[in-house]
Design a protein around this ligand. Structure first.
Ligand code: DQA
Length: 254
């Protein structure tokens, strides 16, 4: 019989029509904050927890990162763990690590098999992408290749290109988060989701951020988005709504 984790991974990685997988971010700066956050959020039963490691104060210390991943795994059990270092250019926190140091840290973390999913930005300047992909495959870590635009919503064609390029870069899932400036932008993002989820071979995750884009977080799965980010403890991006709200809506839409 499949374990809970296998079922969750299948739902997240291979997509399920409805409802979207529910992901909440951990943005603590210390191990104890992260562990407390995880405990609190787990009561709300998310499918995925995202460790936004760019918020972690000791990101430059490999031992601290590995110890924290171990502590988190002890607390979260079978829940799917996504590891993300979001760059400043794409809405993340400033960090002191160079690109090479980040690559090294991520490689060591993959080898521990403590994480299930890894966020890799499409625009990432990692040098050893092929090696990293091979290492990930060896240790069963799946990739979400992501693109974020916190200022605007690119054109329909550009957004389709981002998603296609993510697939070509070796993604197991692709993600696109953009900022709408009008309700038309929200419609365009939903059209992109509809088209890309039908045409690509991998699950697509999309969201329109901010207040204007909230609807995409609530009903994006009806247009083909495989995952939605919701607040468990604190928001990690503008426009996220509480897990409870998403669960209520999913009750009526799936
Ligand atoms: O890529 C995403 C999506 C997100 O930016 C959002 O808009 O919900 C939140 C981030 O933490 C995550 O890494």
């Amino acid at each position: 019989m499949a374990t809970t984790k296998e079922v969750q991974i299948r739902k997240v990685v291979f997509g399920s029509e409805h409802p979207a997988a529910l992901c909440s971010s951990l943005i603590g700066a210390t191990t104890s904050q992260l562990v407390e956050e995880a405990k609190m959020i787990l009561q709300k039963k998310p499918d995925v927890l995202e460790w936004r490691a760019d918020f972690f104060a000791d990101l430059a210390k490999l031992d601290a990162v590995l110890a924290t991943a171990t502590s988190l795994r002890e607390v979260i059990g079978d829940t799917v763990l996504l590891f993300t270092i979001r760059s400043v250019q794409e809405g993340g926190q400033p960090i002191s690590l160079t690109i090479a140091e980040q690559e090294e840290l991520i490689s060591r973390l993959i080898e521990t098999e403590l994480i299930d999913l890894l966020d890799i930005e499409l625009a990432s300047e990692f040098i050893g992408m092929d090696l990293l992909k091979q290492l990930s495959a060896k240790h069963h870590v799946k990739w979400i290749v992501s693109t974020h635009d916190f200022k605007k919503t690119p054109s329909f064609d550009q957004m389709i290109e981002f998603l296609q390029a993510g697939q070509a870069a070796g993604a197991d899932l692709v993600k696109l988060a953009v900022m709408p400036q009008s309700s038309q932008d929200v419609l365009t993002l939903l059209s992109v989701t509809n088209e890309a989820s039908a045409k690509l071979d991998i699950p697509v995750i999309t969201m329109s951020m901010g207040k204007l884009g909230v609807s995409t977080r609530l009903i994006g799965d009806q247009f083909g988005s495989a995952m939605t980010f919701a607040v468990g403890h604190q928001a990690s991006a503008p426009g996220q709504v509480p897990i409870e709200v998403i669960k209520d809506i999913q009750h009526y839409t799936s």
